[in-house]
Design a protein around this ligand. Structure first.
Ligand code: ZN
Ligand code: ZN
Length: 212
């Protein structure tokens, strides 16, 4: 099944130039490792970005500001090149988990759903979510952006259906209730740059304890 839901170009541009928060960088790297189309685009942006930098330098910055710019380029980590991995978890995710699915330390968050927080250094947060086959995540809206990348199984919500490799990008205008397909547990990498807003009082209570 070809990937149907992709990243937006500005996100890929920010990724190629190393300008994403760590958690968002992770979900983008994970999608890029599964998606030839977005990987090709990210590589193009990377090349164009490099050429632009050279051109700017050639036009004649003052020597010391040029030195500073070059020093910065050398010290800044480049956007990680994600190798294609054979496991369920893409290589960039395995780097955080310390292995494939069997290494994930799941914690129940209620209603059969499990999560594993991945340690990232900024305000955006990254977690693996396991939604049992046929089960639902409580309906919610978002304060910021939410990136949900499917790694196993599939889910459907009010927007569409999402299978392995598909990424759903939800913002503050989206209110949805993802439901996992019957037949296989759905595992996703979910990254949010602000906490979710749940509609029901029970999920809100749970949220206070698990920080979803
Ligand atoms: Zn893509
Ligand atoms: Zn959501």
């Amino acid at each position: 099944m070809p990937i149907k839901h992709h990243l937006h170009e500005p996100t890929l541009l920010a990724y190629a130039t190393g300008n994403l928060p760590e958690a968002v960088n992770l979900v983008v790297a994970a999608h890029v490792s599964l998606c030839d189309e977005c990987r090709a685009l990210a590589e193009t942006f990377d090349t164009v970005g490099g050429a632009l930098l050279e051109e700017t330098a050639a036009v004649g910055l003052e020597q010391d500001s040029l030195d500073r710019a070059l020093a910065r380029i050398e010290t800044e980590a480049p956007a990680p090149r994600a190798p294609v991995s054979p496991g369920t978890l893409p290589a960039p995710v395995q780097a955080y988990v310390g292995g494939d699915l069997s290494a994930v330390k799941w914690r129940p968050v209620g209603m059969g759903v499990k999560q594993a927080l991945l340690p990232t250094s900024d305000t955006a947060s990254a977690r693996l979510l396991l939604i049992p086959a046929g089960a639902a995540i409580p309906d919610h809206s978002h304060s910021g952006q939410e990136f949900t990348l499917v790694l196993q199984g599939a889910f459907a919500d009010e927007e569409d259906r999402f299978a392995r490799g598909d990424i759903e990008i939800a913002d503050d205008k989206v209110h949805h209730q993802p439901v996992a397909d019957i037949g296989e547990d759905c595992i996703c990498l979910a990254v949010t740059d602000a906490p979710l807003k749940f509609s029901g009082w029970l999920p809100r209570m749970v949220q206070r304890f698990v920080g979803i």
